[in-house]
Design a protein around this ligand. Structure first.
Ligand code: SD4
Length: 332
C-alpha cells in the first residue's frame, strides 16, 4: 500500500525532476556544483583591521598544510595573542567585575562544530573550541567546565591580570559604571574568519572577549553556532560582529547562509540579514552596531553593517586588502 509519506516523497521527486535548474536553485532544492576538487579559488575573509594580520597567517597555513580548518584556527590565534587587542583574547576589556571572559567557535563545512563560552585564563579559546569539536561528543562547553577540559588537555592557564590599558579603562568605567555598549566607539571588535580552499571546503572561526563591562556570565553571539558563525559546504559561510544580542535574535550567520542557499549572493544575503536584524531590534538601533561577512563556494564575498565603521579584510590569490562595508544607515 502506498503510504501518504511515500506518496508525498515520490510526487515531490517527480515534480523537482521537471523543474529547470535555476528554479531548483532559487527554491533551495539543491546547490549546483559547478566546480570540482582543486578548481576553487581559495579565499579568506575576516572582520575588522586585525583581519589583515590574521588573514596573512591563515593564508600561509593554507599554503603549507592545505587545510582550511588549520588556516582559520591559526589565523585568529594571531589576534587572540595580540597584546594590543582590547577586544579579542586575554588582553581584552573585562566584564563588570573586572574579569576577562572569552567566547569562541569553530565550524567545518560538513557540519562539525565546537565552541566555548564564558571561559577564563585560556590564551587560545579557539583551540579549545576545536578540541571540543574533535575530542568530545559535545558542541559547547561553558565556564569552569571548559576550563577544566582545557586543563585535562594540557593547555596552560594564564594568570588573571588585566592588561594595563584594560585596567585603566576599567577603573575609569567604574567611576560611573554605566552600561552603554556603543560598539564602534568602544572599538569592540570580534574577529570572525571564513575561508574556502581549492577543493571547495569551507571553514570558519569566531573569537572574542565579548562586550566590554558586560554582566558577569553574559555570553554573546560569537560562540553560538548559527548566530556568530555558520558554515555549510553546500553553500557558503558567514560570521558576525557587533552587539551579540541583536545577532542571536535572528540566528544571524545561519540566516545569511540560508539566504545564499536560496540564491542570494553573499552581499545580498548580508544586506537582507541586516534588514531583518534591524526589524527585530528597532528600539536599540541608534546605538547598536552589527555586521556580517559571507563567502560562497564560487569565491564571491560580501559584508554589510547597520552603521558605518565596519570593515573587513579579504585575502585571495591577488593579495590581502581591507574593504569598508556598506551600511544600512549613515550613507547620505
Ligand atoms: C559579542 N559579537 O560578544 C560580540 C562582540 C563583537 O565587535 O563582535 N564586537 O556580542
Amino acid at each position: 500500500m502506498t503510504t501518504r509519506r511515500k506518496f508525498l516523497k515520490s510526487s515531490l521527486l517527480s515534480s523537482t525532476l521537471l523543474m529547470p535548474g535555476a528554479v531548483k536553485k532559487a527554491a533551495g532544492i539543491f546547490s549546483e556544483k559547478k566546480q570540482s576538487a582543486g578548481e576553487h579559488k581559495p579565499l579568506i575573509v575576516s572582520t575588522w583591521n586585525h583581519g589583515i594580520a590574521a588573514n596573512k597567517r591563515a593564508w600561509e597555513i593554507l599554503q603549507k598544510t592545505g587545510s582550511i580548518l588549520d588556516a582559520v584556527e591559526e589565523g585568529v590565534k594571531v589576534t587572540e595573542a595580540d597584546p594590543s587587542s582590547r577586544t579579542v583574547g586575554l588582553y581584552g576589556f573585562p566584564d563588570r567585575e573586572g574579569i576577562v571572559t572569552l567566547d569562541a567557535s569553530i565550524m567545518k563545512g560538513d557540519g562539525e562544530c565546537g565552541s566555548v563560552c564564558f571561559v577564563r585564563q585560556i590564551k587560545h579559546p579557539i583551540t579549545l573550541a576545536r578540541k571540543v569539536m574533535e575530542k568530545t561528543p559535545h558542541v559547547m562547553l561553558a565556564g569552569e567546565g571548559a576550563r577544566q577540559f582545557a586543563i585535562s588537555e594540557g593547555m596552560p592557564l594564564e594568570e588573571e591580570v588585566l592588561h594595563p590599558e584594560s585596567q585603566k579603562a576599567y577603573e575609569e568605567w567604574l567611576e560611573e559604571a554605566e552600561y552603554r555598549p556603543i560598539i564602534n566607539i568602544e572599538n569592540h571588535d570580534t574577529i570572525g574568519m571564513v575561508g574556502l580552499d581549492a577543493d571547495g571546503n569551507l571553514a570558519g572561526t569566531c573569537t572574542t572577549s565579548g562586550l566590554s563591562y558586560k554582566m558577569h556570565g553574559r555570553v554573546g553571539d560569537s560562540p553560538i553556532i548559527g548566530a556568530g558563525l555558520y558554515v555549510d559546504n553546500e553553500v557558503g559561510a558567514a560570521t558576525a560582529t557587533g552587539m551579540g544580542e541583536t545577532i542571536i535574535k535572528v540566528c544571524g550567520s545561519f540566516l545569511v547562509v540560508e539566504l545564499m542557499r536560496q540564491g542570494r549572493s553573499p552581499q545580498e544575503a548580508c544586506e537582507e540579514a541586516i534588514a531583518r536584524l534591524i526589524d527585530k531590534n528597532l528600539e536599540d538601533i541608534e546605538d547598536m552596531q552589527a555586521g556580517f561577512i559571507a563567502i560562497n563556494k564560487d569565491g564571491e564575498y560580501g559584508g554589510y553593517a547597520v552603521h558605518p565603521g565596519f570593515n573587513f579584510a579579504v585575502h585571495h590569490e591577488g593579495g590581502n586588502e581591507m574593504e569598508d562595508a556598506k551600511s544600512r544607515f549613515g550613507n547620505d
